[in-house]
Ligand binder design. Sequence first.
Ligand code: PEP
Ligand code: MN
Length: 339
Amino acid sequence: MVIVMRAHATPEELEAVKRRVEELGFRSHISTGSERTIIGVIGDERPVDPEVFEVVPGVERVVRILKPFRLASREFHPDDRVIELPGGARLGGGAVTVLAGPCAVESREQLEATAEVVSAAGVKVLRGGAFKPRTSPYSFQGLGEKGLILLREVADHHGMAVITEVVTPEDVPLVASYADILQIGARNMANYSLLQAAGAVSKPVLLKRGLGSTIDELIQAGEYILSNGNDQVALCERGIRTFETATRFTLDINAIPVLKGLTSLPVVVDPSHATGQATLVKPVALAGVAAGADGLIVEVHPNPAAALSDGPQSLTPPQFFDMMRDVRKVAEAVGRQVG
Ligand code: PEP
Ligand code: MN
């Protein structure tokens, strides 16, 4: 349940409600909105009568949330959550933010060439995998910590933030020490020990939807991170598995407005993995922006034919500039700006 405080409740009243929540064995989570403060009651509160909170001075009303997620919900956090990133980028809050770079970090030359291109196109967040969860154990698995070091150095050189994937709970502190955003991949969306570990750090997390996961399961996975103490979570629609074989996955365009309606979390679209084909990336990216996405995460490679992973879906530099030009046009047409 969430406890909605009166508009002019005093700090003492807020403190008293928080104490009451904790006396009853729950954790409290405070959200200070533009209009009023809302207290999330964390734990299994089903047996508790809302009246125990309604009688406390300063409380306006108590709302039971029947959905299995609370902190992620619009009821708990009516305003959009905004994640501020080093280098001036942000996720959420109206702008369209593009995160771009190679699927995997392969070498300093490859990463530097890509960063130069995406930075020249106005991108402020460099993506690149150092730990790659590949379908085949024989495929390139990433450079590991060496890849993280390269990402940090190249991004710093261009004044960019870094997003990179973490695949095990043990690696969370290491990846968090180099990256500005931790990426949790589709194959790990329901890895609950990884989600808990990501909840314990103070870096933003981009959580990608599992290939066969529902929107509800994605939000509940995000709730794991939020409920473990990290309130900087963004969700990513990256395509799901359907009967369609013409593309690698099928982008669930519906998920964008559905997630924006149910949750306050920023929503990012990945047109690269959703389609698996470079020629389809731009139209699907444009559709994502038109549908209300807060950001796009796009794979770019200076020479896709030589890429060690996801070459067929990686944009060449000219394709990326072309996509960015049209992303700006669509953003403007729907009253947004590329940030
Ligand atoms: C990636 O971003 O390179 C990646 C592996 O994505 P996903 O987890 O969505 O497959
Ligand atoms: Mn990839």
